[in-house]
Design a protein around this ligand. Structure first.
Ligand SMILES: Nc1nc2c(ncn2[C@@H]2O[C@H](COP(=O)(O)OP(=O)(O)OP(=O)(O)O)[C@@H](O)[C@H]2O)c(=O)[nH]1
Ligand SMILES: [Zn+2]
Length: 287
């Protein structure tokens, strides 16, 4: 039996990196056990250079998305979620909020990266679009992945970070700046794992240095949070914190109830309408 780290997850096949640095293609023992990139495991080697995952170590965090029917693991044991947005094309506020809520639900540090800051004429509008997050205290880093993606490295130090973002925000460009050759390596692994099939979405972990890892999770167009409970959802909105517990009804849904502290704050302009709208959307999803 040897210990390892899941460095690539693709369907039910996992690339596990063992202590000696060698990697093995591994399969889970049980039908149900599902692993994520970043999982620490114990594997039993099989003769053909492959392995069977015997045990999954307890996770410090697990990021996943879900809809009514199923859930999909994104990454395990991450300490930071890096949400990549760009000066163009415009980004979805709702998707950003979903990422931040998912992070809060797992006590993962959030970090917003505004990419393509070399497009100077777009910068003021993008900053304005992010102002609400800045006011709420989320850390925001402005950079240009094309010119100097490595500027992000100090923010990643000491963390296992997961990169998330809508298509077109420049996530691949950023990854490649941080881990030269990453995109090519990913294509290679995809090709090996796919063996002719057409699915290419999978997560991949890269070592940045001895204490910092980066997980790339492609294809995050939707981020369902069906699995959260209402308490976790409310707690994930920092601007709600001083108000929670102040509604007339203890089980207030902050919808049409009289004397709702959140709606009162919304009317006073203390809660941003688009944040509240996001909350309502997520509320409907988890309720
Ligand atoms: N001007 C500018 N363009 C950039 C920058 N980073 C990425 N781009 C461009 O933005 C487009 C999208 O970049 P990708 O890295 O492919 O974006 P992605 O987020 O990985 O998108 P998908 O591959 O669709 O998931 C490409 O044309 C990049 O060249 C940047 O810092 N500045
Ligand atoms: Zn209320």
């Amino acid at each position: 039996m040897s210990r390892g780290l899941v460095v690539a997850a693709h369907g039910r096949q996992y690339v596990v990196e063992c202590a000696d640095g060698a990697t093995r293609l591994c399969f889970p023992r049980g039908k149900k056990s599902e692993l994520a990139c970043g999982d620490r495991v114990e594997i039993a080697a099989t003769g053909d250079g492959q392995g069977v995952v015997e045990k999954i170590a307890e996770r410090t965090s697990l990021l996943y998305r879900s809809n009514e029917f199923r859930q999909k693991l994104i990454a395990a044991n991450v300490t930071q979620i890096v949400v990549v947005v760009a000066t163009e094309p415009s980004f979805s506020d709702e998707l950003v909020t979903r990422c931040l809520v998912a992070a809060a639900s797992q006590d993962i540090r959030p970090l917003i990266v505004l990419n393509k800051c070399d497009l100077e004429e777009r910068l003021p509008a993008a900053r304005e679009a992010l102002a609400i997050y800045r006011r709420l205290g989320y850390p925001i880093v402005e950079l240009s992945a094309r010119e100097c993606g490595k500027a992000l490295l100090p923010w990643l130090h000491g963390h296992t970070s997961v990169l998330v973002g809508q298509s077109g925000m420049g996530k691949s460009t950023l990854l490649n700046a941080l881990v030269p050759g990453a995109n090519a390596a990913t294509r290679e692994i995809s090709a090996a794992l796919d063996s002719g099939k057409h699915t290419t979405t999978h997560a991949r972990l890269y070592h940045l240095d001895e204490s910092s890892d980066l997980i790339d999770s492609p294809g995050l167009q939707e981020f369902g949070l069906h699995h959260l409970d209402l308490g976790t959802l409310e707690a994930a909105f920092p601007e709600f914190q001083p108000l929670l517990g102040h509604c007339r009804f203890r089980d207030c849904r902050h919808d049409r109830e009289p004397d709702c502290a959140l709606r009162a704050a919304l009317e006073r302009g203390e809660i941003e309408p688009r944040r509240f709208a996001c909350y309502r959307t997520l509320h409907a999803e988890v309720a």
